[in-house]
Structure formats: structure tokens, C-alpha cells
Write a protein that binds this ligand. Structure first.
Ligand code: NAD
Ligand code: WQD
Length: 334
């Protein structure tokens, strides 16, 4: 298949590109590089062993997308492009609605104009909000608690309505839990600019000595050890989940929402422990107050992905930490 990956140079897009290319698909990466580096494209070429088509552009440029969809005879789109920093979305909601919602409208207009009707969308477990029950299954009420989550839910609603309007559409919204880890080569991974807001890249930088100490946000939650619990999923499992979703859509039209998680939760202290083993480094930590907006615990019910897509996330937290460490330690040598 010919597959367009919007946001394909980013963290999850680049790992998915590897999986798709290695399975023999023709991939086209489309990205405005607002949160990624062009060098990732050459690193991907090194992993894959062949050249990659990369188009630099913004998804809000509908005309450019139409040209790309036609020129490369695209069969399916995976729509990763978007902004994802929760705090920034609270400070600047218009930026988030413009990138994430307007960007998706532009993509859908381009797809309609070129009659490309197969789409996988990067949604997020953040659409669920405060848990009414756990694990979250796909029927759990949606009630996002920040503008970033609002944009994801708005896009899901638009995609549902689009699929209802025309039975030819094939749409999967994949609700990711907490993607972490890196490709086994150590060439690509999660490399946020500035001080990382997420646990795993922060831990990795404490282990290399770039950051002094991890602040553990809250140790008085009603969880196994008092620290927050999340459903961490290896980014390569996640990448394979996208390929499974594309295969599923080949045979099933309509609108589908599927969780991509492991079904298990891991605490902050358990992550620290696994990272220390993987890196053979002591992680300095201190207990800090709870972070605003954090939920104590959430994790996925992952059964639907298994039954519908024939996919499960099998890689362990230890593999997540060792691959993240391989990536981070090779980065800091450069
Ligand atoms: P990322 O920032 O690494 O990748 C997103 C890519 O999209 C970047 O390369 C960025 O340059 C590009 N981009 C952003 N706006 C664009 C625009 N207007 N036009 C063209 N390109 C644009 O993030 P990621 O972690 O790879 O996330 C990919 C998708 O998955 C996002 O939509 C994100 O909201 C979603 N998601 C991420 C997580 C997570 O924890 N990483 C969890 C759930 C959902
Ligand atoms: C994990 C745990 C923190 C950093 C975010 C987004 C969510 C989704 C994934 C896109 C929590 C604790 C963290 C630190 C810490 N993204 N922590 N010290 O908050 O679950 O999810 O990324 O859709 O929308 O909100 O991930 O990695 O930030 O935090 O103690 O320096 O680690 O309190 O318990 P989170 P995270």
C-alpha cells in the first residue's frame, strides 16, 4: 500500500514508518518539523536501508496535501500530526484547536477531494478524563480535562460523523495510553526539546547526568506504592498496532475506536527501579507535591484491540527502559 504519514518525522510516526517500510509498504512522510528534526529522516533511511519520501509542509495547507495524495497515489493516511503538550494547550488553546482540529479538517478536505477514504487517527486515552471505572474500555464516558484532550475528542466526533455520512469511509481512532521506549537501533526515540515533561525521557536524562534529580509528583496516592500508575506501552508495539489497524480497515468500512495499551499499570517508583536496572545507573529522586491535573491511576482494557485487530502489546517495561536508555545514551555521546 501507499501510505501517507502526517507528522511522520515525530516520535510515534517515525517508529511506525520503520514497521510499515519493513513490511513492504511505500511510505510518504509529511511534517512541518515544528517538533521534530529533519535528521530523523536520514536516520530512518539508515534503519530501513533505502530512501524515504519526505515532504515538508503543514497539514493546514490543503492544496499541498492534495498534490501529495495524488502524486504518490496514496491509499491510506495515518494522521499523527498535532501538538501534544497539555500545559501549552491550557495556555494557548487556539493554537491547539488550529493545529489539531483545523489541521484535521484540512486533511479531510484533501482526502475528500482525492477520494482517499482510509484513515487511522492518533487519539489518546486522555479523552476519557476522570475514571468512572477502571480499566477504561472504549465504552467509558469521554470527558477530557484539558484543551489538548478536547481537540482529540472533537476530531473523533468529526470522524464519526463523517463515517456516518458516507459508508465508503474506513476510519480507526486509536486511543494510545503512555507510549515510551525506542527502536532497538538506538537511532530514533523520544527526544523532546527543552526539559522533558514526561516521565520516561526525564528519567533517561537523569541517568545520563543531563538532569540532576527526578521529582516524583506525589507519593500519597491510593496506589500500590503511593505514586502515580500508568499503562506504559512500548512504541514499537504501538507502531505494530497501526499496521494491524490498516489491515483491519482493508476489510472493514465504518468508524472504529480502539484502545492501544497493555492492560497493566506501572508506578513511577517501579519505572525508576526498571530504569536503574536497564541503565545500571542510580537515579536520584525526591518526592514533590502532586502535579496539577494528574490522575492517580489509569490503564486500558486492551481486549478490543486483540479481538478486532489481532494485536496485543507484548514488550515489557524492562524492554521499554532498556531501549529508551540505548537511545538516550547514544544521543548524549554526540
Ligand atoms: P511528536 O510531536 O513527536 O510528533 C508529531 C509530529 O507532527 C511532529 O513531527 C511535528 O513536527 C508534526 N506536526 C505538528 N503539527 C503539524 C502540522 N500542523 N503540520 C504538519 N506536521 C505537524 O508527537 P508524538 O508523540 O509522535 O505524537 C503523535 C500523535 O500521537 C499526536 O497527534 C499526539 O497527540 C498523539 N498522541 C501522543 C501520545 C504521546 O504520549 N506521545 C499519546 C497519545 C496520543
Ligand atoms: C506519568 C507519571 C506523573 C514526570 C501525558 C499526557 C497524556 C498523554 C501521555 C498524549 C505521572 C509522573 C512525570 C516527572 C513524575 N499524551 N511524573 N515526574 O501525564 O500520564 O500523560 O502523556 O496524549 O495526555 O497527559 O504522562 O509521563 O507526564 O507522567 O513523577 O518528572 O509520571 O505524575 O504519574 P501522563 P507523564
Amino acid at each position: 500500500m501507499n501510505i501517507l504519514l502526517t507528522g511522520g518525522v515525530g516520535y510515534i510516526g517515525s517508529h511506525t514508518a520503520v514497521v510499515l517500510a519493513q513490511a513492504g509498504h511505500q511510505i510518504v512522510l509529511f511534517d512541518n518539523l515544528c517538533n521534530s528534526l529533519k535528521e530523523t529522516v536520514s536516520r530512518l533511511e539508515k534503519i530501513i536501508g533505502s530512501s524515504i519520501v519526505f515532504v515538508e509542509g503543514d497539514v493546514r495547507n490543503t492544496e499541498l496535501l492534495i498534490t501529495v495524495l495524488q502524486e504518490y497515489q496514496i491509499d491510506s493516511v495515518i494522521h499523527f500530526a498535532g501538538l501534544k503538550a497539555v500545559g501549552e494547550s491550557v495556555a494557548n488553546p487556539v493554537l491547539y484547536f488550529s493545529n489539531n482540529v483545523q489541521g484535521t479538517i484540512s486533511l479531510l478536505q484533501a482526502m475528500q477531494a482525492t477520494q482517499v477514504n482510509s484513515l487511522v487517527f492518533s487519539s489518546s486515552a486522555t479523552v476519557y478524563g476522570e475514571p468512572v471505572y477502571l480499566p477504561y474500555d472504549e465504552e467509558h464516558p469521554t470527558n477530557p480535562i484539558n484543551p489538548y484532550g478536547d481537540t482529540k475528542l472533537q476530531v473523533e466526533i468529526m470522524l464519526r460523523d463523517l463515517a456516518n455520512s458516507n459508508p465508503d469511509w474506513k476510519i480507526a481512532c486509536l486511543r494510545y495510553f503512555n507510549p515510551v521506549g525506542a527502536h532497538e537501533s538506538g537511532l530514533i526515540g523520544d527526544d523532546p526539546s527543552g526539559t522533558p515533561g514526561n516521565l520516561m525521557p526525564y528519567l533517561a536524562r537523569v541517568a545520563t547526568g543531563q538532569l540532576e534529580c527526578l521529582s516524583v509528583f506525589g507519593n500519597d496516592y491510593e496506589t500500590r506504592d503511593g505514586t502515580g500508575e500508568r499503562d506504559y506501552i512500548h512504541v514499537m508495539d504501538l507502531a505494530e498496532g497501526h499496521m494491524a489497524a490498516l489491515s483491519f480497515l482493508n476489510a472493514h468500512a465504518g468508524f472504529h475506536v480502539v484502545n492501544l495499551g497493555t492492560g497493566k499499570s506501572t508506578s513511577v517508583l517501579e519505572c525508576v527501579n526498571e530504569f536503574e536496572k536497564a541503565s545500571n545507573k542510580k537515579i536520584a529522586l525526591r518526592f514533590a507535591p502532586r502535579r496539577d491535573g494528574d490522575l492517580p491511576i489509569y490503564f486500558a482494557k486492551a481486549d478490543l484491540a486483540k479481538h478486532k485487530l489481532g494485536w496485543t502489546a507484548d514488550r515489557s517495561v524492562s524492554e521499554m527502559c532498556s531501549s529508551a536508555w540505548k537511545f538516550q545514551s547514544s544521543q548524549s555521546k554526540q
